[in-house]
Design a binder for this molecule. Structure first.
Ligand SMILES: C[S@@+](CC[C@H](N)C(=O)[O-])C[C@H]1O[C@@H](n2cnc3c(N)ncnc32)[C@H](O)[C@@H]1O
Length: 226
């Protein structure tokens, strides 16, 4: 029942996320999927995962979703490509730093209590040139109605929709932590003037010598909103 409700409520976003991110991932990439959920994307994208020879480590804290995900992984013969761990990203430790080409937050970033701490933590797990990919609903302007609605929806459906993601706060966070945006696409307009966006960012190498005002201006310039 919980899985069905979840598919009904966020199926469209899930589909949009995995279609766009699987397209973006390079062949043979090793990916950490933070909050992989019930793995419903496997039904539509198993062939793409095999064709690109992707290796996916899926993390989630929810055992019901993970059980469903594991069944789909086996049904679609992906056990050698997708490994699942029941663990919060805040507690997970990869075998070694520099393990992943991509770290994907598909509608899970807005659920994190301390987003900055998680970003700083996971940045160490990227290979050189690795990227963090975010898929999320974003809003330009403050929306009190949805701010009030979200916690109520959780009471009603048991699904946590997390906090609102506002463009300015999100880009400020990336800039503060010295991430440079590599790709930024609006995939779809959603309810209440929100947009599904896919954004990828990479930690900028520390500047040589004292940081200057120009350095942070450069990081900001790499934003490429479409
Ligand atoms: C909205 S669902 C998205 C699932 C899937 N990525 C998708 O696009 O359909 C968010 C998922 O993140 C998981 N999650 C929440 N907090 C987490 C954390 N700290 N570490 C790992 N997973 C987390 C939830 O259990 C849930 O399955």
């Amino acid at each position: 029942m919980r899985n069905k409700l979840y598919e009904w409520l966020i199926g469209d976003a899930t589909d949009c996320c995995y279609r766009s991110s699987l397209d973006y991932f390079t062949e043979n990439a090793v990916i950490l999927d933070v909050g992989i959920g019930n793995g419903v994307m496997v039904k539509d994208y198993h062939a793409a995962i095999k064709k690109k020879r992707l290796q996916i480590i899926g993390l989630d804290i929810n055992s019901t979703y993970l059980r469903q995900c594991q069944m789909l992984v086996e049904d679609y013969d992906l056990s050698d490509r997708i490994k699942l761990y029941q663990q919060a990203v805040e507690a997970f430790n990869p075998h070694q730093n520099g393990s992943f080409d991509f770290i994907l937050f598909s509608m899970s970033f807005m659920l994190l209590k301390d987003q900055a701490a998680v970003l700083e933590r996971v940045a160490n797990w990227l290979r050189p040139q690795g990227e963090i990919v975010f898929f999320q609903t974003m809003f330009k302007h403050r929306n009190r109605f949805i701010e009030v609605l979200k916690p109520r929806l959780k009471n009603l459906t048991t699904i946590d929709f997390g906090k609102m993601t506002y463009d300015a706060d999100f880009y400020d966070l990336l800039e503060k932590l010295h991430f440079s945006v590599q790709m930024d696409r609006c995939m779809k307009r959603t309810w209440y003037n929100g947009t599904y966006r896919i954004i990828s960012a990479r930690p900028s190498p520390p500047p040589v010598g004292p940081a200057t005002h120009k350095d942070s201006a450069k990081t900001a310039q790499t934003r490429r909103a479409t």
